[in-house]
Design a protein around this ligand. Structure first.
Ligand code: HEC
Ligand code: HEC
Length: 588
C-alpha cells in the first residue's frame, strides 16, 4: 500500500514538474480580525483568507507582482516593486483597485504612520511619504542602499537597510538602520549593526519603544574550512533602545548544533511580551519570551557582539512549521500566521502560551513545482546544509550578493573574494573571479559539497542549475520609463568610443569577453593578478566592486581605480563625462 502511494506520488510529481509555473509564492500578510490578506508574488494577486471558514473568500489580480501590504480601515495598500514601483489602493469591501500610483523602483513594505503611508523604495534607495487623504506622494527622501522595512517609535522611523554599503575590505562591513524624523521627513542618523551583519530583512517596534531587527551575522573574516558552531553564517536578533545612537545588543538565534538560518520576518504579540521570528531557511518560527530575554540582556556584557550560541536556551521555542520558506509573520487572535513561500499554504500556530501546535491551511489544492522553482526552493533551503547553518541564499540573497568578501577554499586560503551575483552565471563560463570553475554547474556542485558541507542527490544540483538558468535580470532603477536617460545615452557613446576603449574587454550582450586579464587590480592578499572580465548586467545592485569589493561606487572604479589607465582611458574625461559614463553603467 505504502509503495503504491509512493509510486503514484512520484508519478504525479514527475508529470507536474513539467507543467508551467503557476505557484502563488505568498510573500506578505496583513490582517483584520479573522480576515487575512495575502500578497502572492508569482500569482500577481491578493487573496482574502477567512480564518473562521478557512477558505479563500475573495481574490484580486494585480498588473504586477505585489511586495507588501498595509491596512488602514477599509483600505488595503499593496506595493509592487518591478518592473517599476507602484502602489495599488484597494477597497476591501469590493476588493477592487481604486487607485494606482507610480512610485520609484522596488517599492515595498508600506506602513501607515498617522495620516501618511510610508513606502520603502528598495532599489531606488528612497522612502516615499504618501498623503492618505489625497493619495499623492508628498515627499521623497534618499536613505541609501536597499531599504526593506520600517518601524515607528517615539516619532522616529527606523529604516532597515538590507545590504552593507561600504567597501567589503572596510574595518567593519555591516547593514545599517537609518533613523528618520517623521514630522520633518529628514534623515537624522544611521545606526551600524555589528561587523558582518547583512541580509537585514525586518524590523519592528515594541510597545515600550524598543526596536527589534533580524538579520544574518557572517563571520566572513574566517576561512570557510568548516561550518560548525556558527563558523560561517549565523542568524541574529538586534535590539535598539529608543533614541540611542548605537545598538543595545545583538544576540544569536541559532543553537550550538543547529542553525536558525535566514531570519526573514519579526513580529511581537500586542502586549510586547513575545517575539516571533520566521526563519525562511529552516522553515521554523521562534517564539521568544521577551521578558526573560530582556532580563538576560541586562545581566550580560553587551559591549561586544555576543556569539553565544546558547543565548536562546530556556527563553525560546523553535516551532517546525511543515511549510517551506516562511517570509512573513502576522499575529492574530487565533494565533500566529506565516505563509510558506514555496508551499502556497499558511501555517497557523495556536496555543502560543502553552504547547504550540501548527495547523497548515492550504491556499490551493495541489502544489506543482517546476524544475527551476524546485531549484529556487533548494537554493533557499538551509535544511540542505550540515546542521542548517546557511543556504546558498545566505551569501547570495535573491540569487545576487551579500556585499561581503568570503575566503572560499577553491582558489587557496587567505585571499577573500566578494560574493558574485549568479545572474547569467550559466552564460558566463568560466565562473569565479579567477575563473577557477570551468562553468556554473561545477560551481553549484562544489557549493553544495564545500560550502553547505553536504552530499545531495544529483537532481538537487540539476534543479539549482535550472533555477540559475531561469533567473532574469531586473530593470535598473536608473532607467526612465524603461529606457536609457539622456545622460546614460551620452555615457553609452563614451563607453563605445575607441578613445575610451572599454569594449576591448566589456563586450557582447553581457559586457564581458569572458577572458582573464591582468588589469593591475591585484590586492595585498591575492596570489595571482588575473581576473575574468565582469558582466555589467545589474551592476546597479552588485556593489561593492572588483574581486575584493574595494570600491563601493562605480565612479571610484573608473576614477581613482583607473589611474594607470590599464582598463580603458578615463583620465581625459571631464567630471560631467565621468558622471555620464557611470549613469550608463548603472542603467544596464
Ligand atoms: C559563504 C558564502 C557563500 C555561500 C553560502 C554560497 N556561495 Fe556561491 N559564491 C560565494 C562567493 C564569495 C563567490 C565568488 C567567489 C570568487 O569570485 O572566487 C561565489 C560564487 C558563486 C558562483 C560563481 C558566480 C560567477 O559568476 O562567478 C556560483 C555559480 C555560486 N557561487 C553558486 C552557489 C551555490 C549554488 C550555492 C549553494 C550551494 C552557493 N553559491 C553558496 C559565496 C557563497
Ligand atoms: C583590458 C580589459 C578591460 C578593459 C579595457 C576595461 N575593463 Fe573593466 N574590468 C576588467 C576586469 C578584468 C575587471 C575585474 C577586475 C577585478 O575584479 O579585480 C574589470 C572591472 C570593471 C568594473 C567593476 C565591475 C564589478 O562588478 O566589480 C567596472 C565598473 C569596469 N570594469 C568598468 C570599465 C570601464 C568603464 C572601462 C572603460 C573605461 C573598462 N572597464 C575597461 C577588464 C577591463
Amino acid at each position: 500500500m505504502r509503495l503504491m502511494l509512493y509510486i503514484i506520488c512520484a508519478t504525479v510529481f514527475i508529470v507536474c514538474s513539467s507543467w508551467a509555473d503557476d505557484m502563488l509564492l505568498p510573500t506578505a500578510l496583513a490582517g483584520n480580525g479573522d480576515i487575512v490578506y495575502i500578497a502572492n508574488e508569482n500569482g500577481k494577486s491578493v487573496f482574502v483568507y477567512d480564518l473562521g471558514t478557512r477558505i479563500v473568500s475573495a481574490r484580486v489580480s494585480l498588473p504586477s507582482a505585489p511586495t507588501g501590504l498595509a491596512l488602514s480601515g477599509q483600505t488595503l495598500y499593496v506595493t509592487g516593486g518591478l518592473p517599476s514601483g507602484v502602489l495599488y489602493t484597494i477597497d476591501t469591501a469590493s476588493m477592487k483597485i481604486t487607485a494606482t500610483t507610480a512610485l520609484p523602483s522596488g517599492a515595498c513594505a508600506p506602513r501607515v504612520v498617522g495620516t501618511t503611508l510610508v513606502v520603502c523604495n528598495r532599489y531606488a534607495g528612497s522612502l516615499s511619504f504618501i498623503d492618505i487623504a489625497t493619495g499623492k506622494e508628498r515627499k521623497r527622501i534618499s536613505v541609501g542602499r536597499e531599504p526593506v522595512a520600517t518601524a515607528v517609535s517615539g516619532g522616529v522611523l527606523y529604516v532597515a537597510q538590507h545590504l552593507p554599503d561600504m567597501p567589503a575590505n572596510a574595518a567593519s562591513v555591516h547593514s545599517v538602520i537609518t533613523t528618520v524624523d517623521i514630522e520633518r521627513g529628514v534623515v537624522t542618523g544611521t545606526i551600524a549593526l555589528p561587523n558582518g551583519s547583512t541580509a537585514l530583512r525586518d524590523i519592528t517596534a515594541a510597545p515600550d519603544g524598543s526596536i527589534i531587527a533580524v538579520h544574518n551575522v557572517a563571520r566572513f573574516d574566517l576561512p570557510t574550512t568548516q561550518i560548525e558552531r556558527g563558523w560561517m553564517n549565523t542568524a541574529a536578533l538586534t535590539v535598539l533602545k529608543p533614541g540611542a545612537a548605537n545598538t543595545y545588543a545583538t544576540v544569536m538565534l541559532d543553537d550550538p548544533e543547529s542553525g536558525a538560518a535566514n531570519p526573514y520576518a519579526v513580529a511581537l504579540s500586542p502586549s510586547g511580551k513575545t517575539i516571533f521570528v520566521a526563519h525562511a531557511g529552516t522553515h521554523e518560527v521562534s517564539i521568544i519570551d521577551r521578558g526573560r530575554m530582556t532580563a538576560k540582556l541586562e545581566a550580560m556584557n553587551r559591549t561586544a557582539l555576543s556569539y553565544d550560541l546558547t543565548f536562546m536556551r530556556g527563553i525560546r521555542q523553535r516551532i517546525a512549521l511543515g511549510v517551506n520558506g516562511p517570509r512573513s509573520i502576522l499575529v492574530t487572535k487565533r494565533g500566529v500566521i506565516t505563509a510558506g513561500y514555496f508551499s502556497d499554504a499558511l501555517a497557523l500556530i495556536g496555543n502560543i502560551n502553552s504547547t504550540p501546535s501548527v495547523n497548515i491551511l492550504p491556499l490551493r489544492d495541489t502544489v506543482t513545482l517546476t524544475d527551476s522553482r524546485r531549484g529556487e526552493m533548494y537554493f533557499n533551503d538551509a535544511k540542505l546544509c550540515l546542521q542548517n547553518w546557511q543556504s546558498c541564499s545566505s551569501c547570495h540573497p535573491d540569487g545576487r550578493v551579500d556585499a561581503l568578501n568570503w575566503d572560499l577554499m577553491n582558489d587557496g586560503m587567505g585571499n577573500p573574494k566578494n560574493a558574485r551575483s549568479l545572474l547569467n552565471s550559466f552564460r558566463r563560463s568560466p565562473v569565479m573571479s579567477h575563473g577557477i570553475r570551468a562553468s556554473a554547474d561545477v560551481a553549484v556542485r562544489s557549493g553544495i559539497r564545500f560550502i553547505l558541507f553536504t552530499v545531495q542527490p544529483e537532481p538537487v544540483a540539476e534543479a539549482m542549475d535550472a533555477y540559475l538558468k531561469a533567473m532574469e535580470s531586473d530593470p535598473s532603477p536608473y532607467l526612465v520609463n524603461g529606457k536609457l536617460s539622456a545622460k546614460a545615452l551620452r555615457g553609452k557613446t563614451l563607453f563605445e568610443s575607441p578613445g575610451v576603449g572599454c569594449t576591448a574587454c566589456h563586450t557582447g550582450p553581457l559586457f564581458t569577453d569572458l577572458k582573464l586579464h591582468d588589469v593591475g587590480t591585484m590586492g595585498p592578499y591575492d596570489s595571482e593578478g588575473t581576473f575574468v572580465t565582469p558582466t555589467f548586467i545589474e551592476l546597479w545592485r552588485t556593489a561593492p566592486y572588483f574581486h575584493d569589493g574595494r570600491y563601493s561606487t562605480v565612479k571610484e572604479v573608473i576614477t581613482v581605480g583607473n589611474k594607470e589607465g590599464k582598463r580603458g582611458k578615463t583620465a581625459q574625461l571631464t567630471p560631467a563625462e565621468i558622471d555620464d559614463l557611470v549613469e550608463y553603467l548603472l542603467s544596464l
